[in-house]
Design a protein around this ligand. Structure first.
Ligand SMILES: *Cc1c(COP(=O)(O)O)cnc(C)c1O
Length: 381
């Protein structure tokens, strides 16, 4: 599949030519662990064992690389499995990493509680301000980690500006592109070295699979990560790879609707007397709205807001919502609501990454927006 094709076409076709044996238009689920060799070492198309390579996973990996405009895509068992493999490829004991002050809670936990035990140093920066990133960099900094938009406060980082700061210091820039998806934002084209996805979210899009991905701009780093993917073993299984590929086919149309619905939801929230603050990069009052408008195709489906009346009032809104299902995760076709302080971000409580107690986070789905607005109006009371 030529890279000349537009995103929507690549999403459906890249890595997914009709099966040569049967003409099946969808890559089969190669639910297999090992492959017959034609004589010792005579591998067919390089396949020998499914941790090292599996045709369904290979189809997904080729697709992911095409969608991010990268040289290499790798699929993992979860977003955190991808992150763990990446961190332990890029960093050795004594190396330093800059992380954002509003990182996904699980990313923070992996770095602060697990990878740090292995002797990796880290410090926190406000990545929305390139000067803060520059100030956090030390002579041992090997990587800068950025999440944009961020979770759950929808902070924006200027990817091109922070790529320049990281590269000046000889460090790699990692961008967690989970909230935007490959359709809304292309970090490699803006100077990032590695893109991370929890494909569990928008890429899969149907709340039916947990997965992760790494995509690199550079073939050599891609090879190094592929070596660690096999050596560490946190690979995506064939059925999970197949489900993710199926989800990706509709990514463009889903994201257009997520963004359109979220914009209507923010209009309601901004004018609602019980809402004290709305976090959405599409709002002109967002401090980095201009940067978001420059680097994103549209502003996505995630919206957070603070509720008058504090933590209990925020919890009440979550409990009263009906169509917005109370639950963790995000990025599926169905709308979700949650209280980050007690749910997704409980692990960062008491740290520099603590979130406001009166915060509610929405993953705005692709249902009828009128039904969504009615549910929120009722939940806000
Ligand atoms: C969910 C998520 C992750 C972790 O991915 P899993 O698939 O749950 O392991 C990482 N980053 C962001 C922004 C996420 O939302």
């Amino acid at each position: 599949m030529s890279d000349q094709h537009s995103f929507e076409t690549l999403a459906i076709h890249a890595g997914q030519e009709a099966d040569p044996q049967t003409g099946a238009v969808v890559p089969p689920i190669y639910q297999v662990s090992t492959y017959k060799q034609d004589g010792v070492g005579g591998l067919r198309n390089g396949y020998e064992y499914s941790r090292s390579g599996n045709p369904t996973r290979a189809a997904l990996e080729e697709n992911l690389a095409a969608l991010e405009g990268g040289r290499r895509g790798l699929a993992f068992a979860s977003g955190l499995a991808a992150e763990d493999t990446l961190l332990r490829t890029l960093l050795s004991p004594g190396d330093h990493l800059v992380i954002p002050n509003d990182a996904y809670g699980g990313t923070f936990r992996l770095i602060a509680k697990v990878v740090s035990r292995w002797g990796v140093e880290w410090s926190v920066a406000d990545t929305s301000d390139p000067a803060s990133v520059r100030a956090a960099i030390t002579p041992r900094t090997k990587a800068v980690w950025v999440e944009t938009p961020s979770n759950p406060l929808l902070g924006i980082t200027d990817i091109a500006a922070v790529a320049a700061v990281a590269h000046e210091a000889g460090a790699k820039l990692v961008v967690d592109n989970t909230f935007a998806s490959s359709y809304l934002q292309q970090p490699l084209a803006l100077g990032a070295d590695v893109v991370v996805h929890s494909t569990t979210k928008y890429m899969g899009g149907h709340s039916d699979v947990v997965g992760g991905a790494l995509i690199t701009a550079d073939a050599a780093l891609g090879d190094e990560l592929a070596y660690h993917q096999n050596a560490m073993g946190a690979v995506a299984g064939p059925f999970d790879s197949w489900l993710t590929l199926r989800g990706i086919k509709t990514l463009a149309v889903r994201m257009d609707r997520h963004s359109a619905n979220a914009e209507r939801v923010t209009e309601l929230l901004v004018s609602h007397p019980k809402v004290t603050k709305v976090y959405y990069p599409g709002l002109p009052e967002h401090p980095l709205h201009e940067v978001a408008a420059k680097q994103m195709r549209s502003f996505g489906g995630m919206v957070s807001f603070q509720v008058a009346g504090g933590e209990e009032a925020a919890v009440e809104v979550c409990n009263r919502a009906e169509l917005f299902t109370l639950g963790e995760s995000l990025g599926g076709v169905e709308s979700l609501i949650e209280h980050p302080g007690r749910m997704t971000h409980a692990s960062v409580s008491g740290s520099a990454l603590e979130v406001p107690a009166d915060l509610v986070r929405l993953s705005v789905g692709i249902e009828s927006v009128d039904d969504l607005l009615a549910d929120l109006t009722r939940a806000l009371g």
